[in-house]
Write a protein that binds this ligand. Structure first.
Ligand SMILES: Cc1cc2nc3c(=O)[nH]c(=O)nc-3n(C[C@H](O)[C@H](O)[C@H](O)COP(=O)(O)OP(=O)(O)OC[C@H]3O[C@@H](n4cnc5c(N)ncnc54)[C@H](O)[C@@H]3O)c2cc1C
Length: 441
């Protein structure tokens, strides 16, 4: 192992402090510059997803750095999607078949604060708040902050989807950065606890009101409220741009989400005052610059939130970097280039799967064909559990690289469609699973 390094990191969101804990474990000292104030000491403003879905990839990383035991008591299991039809009827679609195949709702603020505490408690990590990076000169290793200039030895960019570190890399190198706006935004609303202080809906599910071109979802919170998120077009006839007035908002909810009107008592006020978040996908073909700088998390691969994987993928980046540090005995040039080689295809794959999942969640979940596919997926998984795993399960309950999940998912879908269209008999389908899908270890 090389001598201990001094690492400069930008961004103390979800991924930065986790990576800092990993680096501290190798004896490196880490200084994180964060543009926000310390959320442990100031009130937070509304509008940034209040809770998140945490699954296996994220959980494994939290276990790896030794912080999971602090976080697990605050995790609420969600066993499936509770679909709310327009006539008020509800039905549950389970995420997996085994009791352990659940995802968890967790407060973003709690997770972020806990990860910062954990990193600082290692003794090697220092976080400087209110310190915005304005620009970087990568070749002279100089950072420009809002109040001063500073040189760096090694730079890690975890400064989110609008990353300044990534922009500097993009100017000097062929990282081929692209940002694709979704055209839909989101707004958060609240379902408070009922009069007895209990959850107003089943707290063991992620609730969805799929409505074709848009949808509402709700995740449970520990205080027995739910945080709802409306994903909705930004422009057009039925869009955020036309939803300003009390009448329009009431009309929208009466027409499409009538069963939520009772549940969201402060609907009009929240709708008019909560901000609209914008969504985009970030693709880059290289996540490092020479052997001094790398980006990870949303800075490298912001994805739309419809697979609940942005944070999980960002945490898995940290696990991979840690494994590479161990594998290459701290040789940074190898760590950097191998990180890009290994993870860029995975970043692209989860970005594309997340976009596909928006259509699935807001539209297909209620189609009979989708439901028949899910039933058949579960049946095949039971019969061939070492070869056939539904794509949702490969993403959420396994650690397999996302690019492999994408490839296997496409082969599996072909087989399923072949059977459902009558092209393949059951016998041929089973034969094709055995011959076409290698065992998963
Ligand atoms: C509505 C919504 C719902 C989501 N739901 C889920 C979910 O259910 N499950 C899931 O896994 N993921 C989800 N995500 C994605 C998840 O939020 C991100 O993938 C995750 O936050 C990425 O972590 P990060 O540390 O890379 O970026 P961030 O958490 O965004 O952190 C970046 C940090 O960098 C700081 N920063 C930015 N610029 C500078 C600068 N110039 N100087 C200094 N500091 C700077 C920021 O203040 C911030 O603290 C969701 C996202 C959205 C928008």
């Amino acid at each position: 192992m090389r001598d201990n390094d001094h690492i400069t990191m930008i961004g103390a969101g979800l991924a930065g402090p986790l990576m800092a804990s990993y680096l501290s474990g190798h004896g490196h000292s880490v200084e994180i510059h964060e543009k926000r104030e310390d959320i442990r000491t100031v009130e937070q403003s509304a509008g940034r997803s209040i809770n998140l879905a945490l699954s296996k990839r994220g959980i494994d990383a939290l276990k790896d750095v030794g912080v999971f035991d602090v976080i697990s008591p605050m995790m609420l299991p969600m066993v499936g999607r509770m679909i709310h039809d327009i006539d008020g009827s509800v039905h549950l679609q389970k995420y997996g078949q085994k009791a352990s195949e659940v995802i968890y709702s967790i407060s973003r603020a709690f997770l972020n604060k806990t990860l910062m505490d954990h990193a600082e408690n290692t003794g090697n990590v220092n976080i400087i708040f209110d310190h915005s990076l304005l620009g970087v000169d990568l070749d002279s290793s100089e950072l420009v902050f809002n109040d001063k200039r500073e040189s760096f030895d090694r730079l890690f960019g975890s400064d989110g989807s609008a990353s300044v570190v990534r922009d500097a890399m993009d100017k000097l190198s062929s990282i081929n950065f692209r940002r694709k706006p979704l055209g839909h935004g989101y707004k958060e609303l609240t379902i408070p606890p009922d009069a007895k202080g209990d959850h107003r809906m089943d707290s063991k599910a992620l609730h969805i009101w799929p409505r074709g071109d848009f949808m509402l979802i709700a995740l449970p919170n520990m205080d027995h409220s739910f945080t709802c998120t409306l994903f909705f077009p930004l422009d057009g006839e039925v869009s955020f741009s036309t939803m300003g007035s009390r009448e329009k908002i009431s009309e929208l909810f009466n027409s499409y989400f009538p069963d939520t009107i009772e549940l969201i008592p402060d609907l009009i006020n929240e709708f008019q005052s909560n901000p609209i978040g914008k969504l985009a996908t970030v693709y880059c073909d290289k996540w490092h610059y020479k052997d001094k700088t790398m980006i990870f998390g949303d800075a490298a691969h912001a994805v739309v939130p419809f697979f609940g994987q942005g944070m999980n993928a960002s945490f898995q980046d940290c696990t991979v970097i840690n494994e590479l540090i161990i594998r290459y005995n701290g040789e940074w040039s190898e760590v950097h280039s191998e990180f890009s080689n290994q993870q860029v295809p995975n970043g692209h794959a989860i970005a594309d799967m997340a976009l596909e999942n928006y259509i699935e969640m807001r539209d297909s979940v209620n189609e009979p064909l989708y439901q028949r596919r899910r039933e058949l997926e579960f049946e095949l998984e039971e019969k061939f559990n070492d070869r056939f795993i539904p794509r949702y399960s490969m993403v959420s309950f396994h650690n397999m690289p996302y690019s492999k999940v994408y490839e296997r998912g496409a082969v599996q879908l072909n087989l399923i469609n072949g059977y459902l269209s009558g092209e393949l008999s059951k016998e041929k389908l089973h034969e094709s699973v055995l011959n076409g899908l290698s065992p998963i270890r």
